[in-house]
Design a protein around this ligand. Structure first.
Ligand code: MN3
Length: 202
């Protein structure tokens, strides 16, 4: 089975005014669709065909640029859409809240660390909240379409929250104001989904 572009769980305009409809439409239907198509092309006829995206990325030969960039792009955007939700955001609570407080001291300190990782990632990339086996959480950033599942990147564990800081994710509405986009992202985080991912991965 080839990988398929996942449907959004909401309309392109549902995240306005924080993320505008045109950005969402281009980002999903063009960028993410492109990564999906190119990933399928890159694995067709290889032993990667039929594996899960987590297995492909977790055992990745990092010199395989086509799978690294397009497999990362496929996975990262699939996570990104799912951790945003305009109407059912939930609240940070329970064991995830406890893990964040244990690592950072407070939600505000976590938000500062995550926002700083996103703001200071030079050029294109992502910032992440990851969980390690046992439940410890970590914030980091990665360049391009790399992510923490891949071998030898700056952090490990399973990403449960991620923000795309490529300019295509925010430039139409925010131009060079990446920090404003990061602040706005916190208004649309779907904490129910992040908590579910935490519980599965810890
Ligand atoms: Mn993107």
């Amino acid at each position: 089975m080839a990988f398929e572009l996942p449907k959004l769980g909401y309309a392109y305009d549902a995240l306005e005014p924080h993320i505008d409809a045109k950005t969402m439409e281009i980002h999903h239907s063009k960028h993410h669709n492109g990564y999906t198509t190119k990933l399928n092309d890159a694995i067709a006829g290889t032993n990667l065909e039929g594996q899960s995206i987590e297995d492909i990325l977790g055992n990745l030969d990092m010199s395989n640029g086509a799978v690294r960039n397009n497999g990362g792009g496929f996975y990262n955007h699939s996570l990104f859409w799912s951790v945003m939700n305009p109407s059912n955001k939930g609240e940070l609570a329970g064991e995830l809240k406890d893990a964040i407080n244990a690592e950072f001291g407070s939600f505000d300190a976590f938000k500062d660390a995550f926002s700083k990782a996103a703001a200071t990632q030079f050029g294109s990339g992502w910032a992440w909240l990851c969980v390690h086996k046992g439940g410890k959480v970590e914030v980091c950033s990665t360049p391009n379409q790399d992510n923490p599942l891949m071998p030898g990147v700056t952090c490990g564990g399973t990403p449960i929250l991620g923000i795309d800081v490529w300019e295509h994710a925010y430039y139409l509405n925010y131009q060079n104001r990446r920090p404003d986009y990061i602040e706005a992202f916190f208004n649309v985080i779907n904490w129910n989904e992040v908590a579910k991912r935490y519980a599965t991965a810890k």
